[in-house]
Design a protein around this ligand. Sequence first.
Ligand SMILES: Nc1nc2c(c(=O)[nH]1)N[C@H]1C(S)=C(S)[C@@H](COP(=O)(O)O)O[C@H]1N2
Ligand SMILES: [Mo]
Length: 537
Amino acid sequence: MSSPAPPRQSRGHSAALCARARRAAGAAALGVVPTVVFLGTADALARLLGASTAPLLALSQTIIALTPPAAVAFAIEHLGTADKPVLLLSVALGGLVIAAGIGLLARRRPRTAAVVFAALEAGLVCAVAARPGSRAPDLGAALLGAVLGFAAFVLVAALDRRARRGHRGAHRGRNEGQASDPGRRALLTTAGTLAAVGALSLALGRSITVVGGAAIGAAARLVLPRPASPMPAVPASAQIAVDGVAPFITPAADFYRIDTALTPPDIAPERWSLRVHGLVEEEVTLTMDELLSLPLVERALTMTCVSNPVGGELVGTAAWLGYPLRSLLARARPQPEADMVLSGSIDGFTAGTPLEAMRDGRDALLAIGMNGEQLRPEHGFPARLIVPGLYGFVSATKWVTDLEVTRFDRAQGYWTKRGWDERGPILAASRIEVPGPLAQVPAGTVVAAGTAWAQRAGVRSVQVRLDDGDWRSAHLATAVSQDTWRQWRCEFADVPPGLHALTVRAIDGRGRVQTAERRDSIPNTATGHHRIQFTAQ
Ligand SMILES: Nc1nc2c(c(=O)[nH]1)N[C@H]1C(S)=C(S)[C@@H](COP(=O)(O)O)O[C@H]1N2
Ligand SMILES: [Mo]
């Protein structure tokens, strides 16, 4: 048995530890400062030059591409719309750790550190160049930032060497005045200024603006034509009159966003085209000019993400303006053996949609407008697909540029390759929006309200249950179409004070009752009834 160790932590020892920590921090700064200069100036220049990407973004994007799909799906499901800022922040923090490592190396092996730093810069410049839609301004901003970053690296390392020589000299001369050491002061001032410039550039730069959701995409404007077939007016009675229920038409700014793109690709409408090819009698290439001249339709359609958790927010309804895909496919004349359309985005995403769903008369659209405006960049500008009745991952390709008519036994979409369903039909679902979870409401009469959807089949009824009571039929708002969600309202009288639960289920137009069975969202959405608790007082 060993005896307890004698107290070894003398004052001198902890002072030495302190000095060591200070030295390590100083060394780390040799890598961190130039890294911030590089990423920051490249980012600010990218914004200034109107580039669509920047090193920090390109790195995050590359990480998404290399991340195991299960992790991407997990992030989408659990972080929802926060997934992109969280990713960007983690990438930035990871970058700082690596930069600190290079700084530590710089004290021992300055040449090697310089080579590693330059190599990482070159890697990021290449990542920028490799992004789809990357152009001269993207590359120019990244290169210039890399040069400035490397200059900062050389400068700070040189000042550090000088300061340390000066410092040792001062020690030999028994002069302990560190702060008055001019070499050290020059180092601190320079490094501090560079770090501040880099950080400020980063704050004003492309990445934060983009991920923060402001000023995304080119100033490109499309003048939307009037629909040849306008949308029937949404009757006021489609909106249930209960405070707190989501609006029937979801404003574009509030519409959920799900995709694997960190930043929406920047596509100029005049350079956009859609190619229809594969198992067709005639290849068709559609330009934006041509698309704008075709007879367009406008329809209210409810879109849903397969990753929507029970009661979740990854669902919305918009007025979509577009050209019917069945008309477009009729021009290309698919061959009889074809049964799938593999749609492709400029960013590499693909979706495999049953050909039938694009031809059977439903409002499957090549959409260019959302709620009376051109698509927002994050929702697919300049053009995307919408196919009622199918989850977005098999049908709603944004930034779409390619339709390959093919077969399910020959091709697979992005998420299907990763273990998700092949066909992705939307299942009946319903959610309680009022009262909110764990809300406190007055005892007595309690009004519950919310939304239900079962695209293609429509919502026939919605049933609600208080605690373990019987299912009661809710009052339904006017149905707009079978492809849009439907609001409901249900009143319970004489609710006694205390904790209660509400449960909801939908019954679709074909009489299918929303299943109570709980399952995970892979391969084709989470199921189970939405249940909330509230307190009556
Ligand atoms: N290019 C591209 N299109 C895409 C995706 C994507 O990752 N990339 N995600 C799909 C998924 S999973 C859904 S649910 C819808 C979401 O569309 P929204 O972001 O406009 O709501 O877009 C679909 N289209
Ligand atoms: Mo999705």
